[in-house]
Ligand binder design. Sequence first.
Ligand code: GTP
Length: 455
Amino acid sequence: CSAKRPAVSASLSVAADSAATKSLERIESLSQVSGVLGCQWGDEGKGKLVDILAQRFDIVARCQGGANAGHTIYNSEGKKFALHLVPSGILNEDTTCVIGNGVVVHLPGLFKEIDGLESNGVNCKGRILVSDRAHLLFDFHQEVDGLRESELAKSFIGTTKRGIGPCYSSKVIRNGIRVGDLRHMDTLPQKLDLLLADAAARFQGFKYTPEMLREEVEAYKRYAERLEPYITDTVHFMNDSISQKKKILVEGGQATMLDIDFGTYPFVTSSSPSAGGICTGLGIAPRVVGDLIGVVKAYTTRVGSGPFPTENLGPGGDLLRLAGQEFGTTTGRPRRCGWLDLVALKFSCQINGFASLNLTKLDVLSDLNEIQLGVAYKKSDGTPVESFPGDLRLLEELQVEYEVLPGWKSDISSVRNYSDLPKAAQQYVERIEELVGVPIHYIGIGPGRDALIYK
Ligand code: GTP
């Protein structure tokens, strides 16, 4: 037995070496400007991939959304960090993190996040740049978010009530206040007055007093001073960095099926978490955007209301929720769970032109006897539905056709080479690739930074 030991450890180290070489090759070959975007309804585990890739990128940039994103990442000592607004590259000390013009920024929340990171030994000084064109999200936007949801009553959207929608509404009706406006404090009271009076006129439940305005202005004077070193013309910074051949990774929040245009409207977010949002939210040209990686969970989850064709309301869904710990990072809400939906995934691949996919949480399926894949939609009269429909009623009424694949019934969390995965797990991965026509280059088999197979 002892004679065999060196051979075993030698083969293990060869396996580890080949996994490491593969991972380096994969990451090094990504284009100068690459991006990680969600393919489903969010919470796919984008944060982990961004954190891993960030080690090889100079800049990590957020282009849309706000603190409604809830990335969970772990540092090399296994410490857990829940990030909401700060890009996931922050744990890599050589990375600069950009909060782009397309993001909406709640300053008290941002400072709380920065304080939390710094008290855990993460140096944020000079490493976070906030666009002067980004819109400010005020506390009243959050209050209004709740009032709007109550107004909608039964047809509520199920937002995170973080004020994201109301802040984007202010942006679009053009009375929003931008980060750069904090450099002109003399005009802030008047701008805020307009904004608050507008909300008071719209929502009966929103009480606006002169005292409230005074307090808000005082608070923002203090925030403005603290924010000054972070305020940057990030459009110039991004384009300058591109000319200097810096490597840039764009980190998407939420996901394609929640896109304001392509998602299940109105049960969507208020920004564009798909490829288009990269250009509008950072001020960079489409031709510089290279490889986009789509992150897709090995099954499907959704938070809040809205159609979810492959939802499993029975014990199968409960099983996925428990095994995958599907409870929101931001709100703690239980997520709706179901099988992987390849019609939605194909649609997402089409819109974003993904170069490759990261299949996450494959380990969560390890205890199942069989796994289902939603492969096609058909109407109640049997007519096939060719693409993911925009018609919500059709989405609610259609039937999903499933393919049943065998489970692998074994723990895969310590596997690091694709060839060491059980055959049934490989079959599941390859069937998805075959049906969507995009290669899966990364497979998540646990929450940790190292729990990733490079295929
Ligand atoms: P949003 O931007 O809100 O959509 O978040 P996200 O896509 O970044 O998802 P999040 O980081 O919240 O990830 C969801 C959870 O899955 C976290 O707790 C991760 O640690 C965990 N996770 C990520 N990848 C894997 C994996 O491959 N296996 C397991 N078991 N957990 C994973």
